[in-house]
Design a protein around this ligand. Structure first.
Ligand code: ZN
Length: 181
C-alpha cells in the first residue's frame, strides 16, 4: 500500500492531480513495478549498481551545478537533457540532503533517478505515456493526457531498487526541506 506522501507526487503535475485516490493507487503500484523490474534488468545487464559506471557505459555525461535558490518551494535535485545525453546534478541540494544521509548514497540515488529518464528516452518509452488522464475540453471532447507523475514514481522505484537501499525519494525530499528550515 502506498503511503500518503507517495501519492503526493500526483499533486505536482497539472493533469496527474485530477486522478482520484483509487486511480492514483493503481498507477502508483504499476509505475513502481515498472521501475523495480527495470532496475533488475539493468543490474543484470551491466553487472553493477554503480550509476556513475552505468552512465559512463551509456555515454551519458554528468555535470555538477550549484543553484542557490535553496528556499524555493520547488527545487530540482537534478536534470536530464536528452538531446545532449547529459545529467546535471545540483550539488547544493545534494549537500543539504547529505546532512541527513550519506552523501555518496544521496548522489547515487539522484543520479540513478535521472538514468531512468535516460533509459525511458533511449529504450523503454515514457512511463507517463502508459497511463492517461481523461480531460474534457470545453465539454466537447475528451483527450488523454500522459500521467507525468508515473514517470517520477517509476524513476524513484528504479533508483531505490538499483541502489538496494531503504532510503526513498520521499526521505530525500523530507530531509531537504527539513534541513533548509
Ligand atoms: Zn524525474
Amino acid at each position: 500500500m502506498p503511503m500518503n506522501e507517495d501519492l503526493e507526487r500526483f499533486d505536482q503535475y497539472p493533469y496527474s492531480k485530477l486522478l482520484d485516490q483509487q486511480k492514483r493507487e493503481l498507477v502508483f503500484a504499476e509505475a513502481k513495478n515498472i521501475g523495480e523490474n527495470n532496475a533488475s534488468r539493468i543490474y543484470n545487464e551491466f553487472g553493477s549498481r554503480d550509476p556513475f559506471y552505468i552512465a559512463h557505459q551509456e555515454q551519458v555525461s554528468i555535470t555538477f551545478d550549484v543553484h542557490d535558490d535553496v528556499n524555493a518551494d520547488y527545487v530540482k535535485f537534478a536534470e536530464y537533457h536528452a538531446k545532449k545525453k547529459n545529467i546535471v546534478l545540483n550539488e547544493k541540494s545534494i549537500e543539504i540532503i547529505a546532512k541527513s544521509y550519506d552523501k555518496g548514497v544521496v548522489e547515487n540515488l539522484i543520479l540513478t533517478h535521472e538514468l531512468f529518464h535516460h533509459f525511458e528516452v533511449s529504450r523503454w518509452g515514457l512511463t507517463s505515456k502508459k497511463f492517461k488522464v481523461p480531460v474534457v475540453y470545453f465539454g466537447l471532447f475528451r483527450i488523454g493526457r500522459p500521467v507525468l507523475a508515473a514517470s517520477e514514481i517509476a524513476a524513484d522505484a528504479f533508483a531505490q531498487t538499483l541502489n538496494n537501499t531503504a532510503i526513498s525519494a520521499a526521505n530525500l525530499e523530507n530531509a531537504y526541506f527539513s534541513n533548509i528550515d
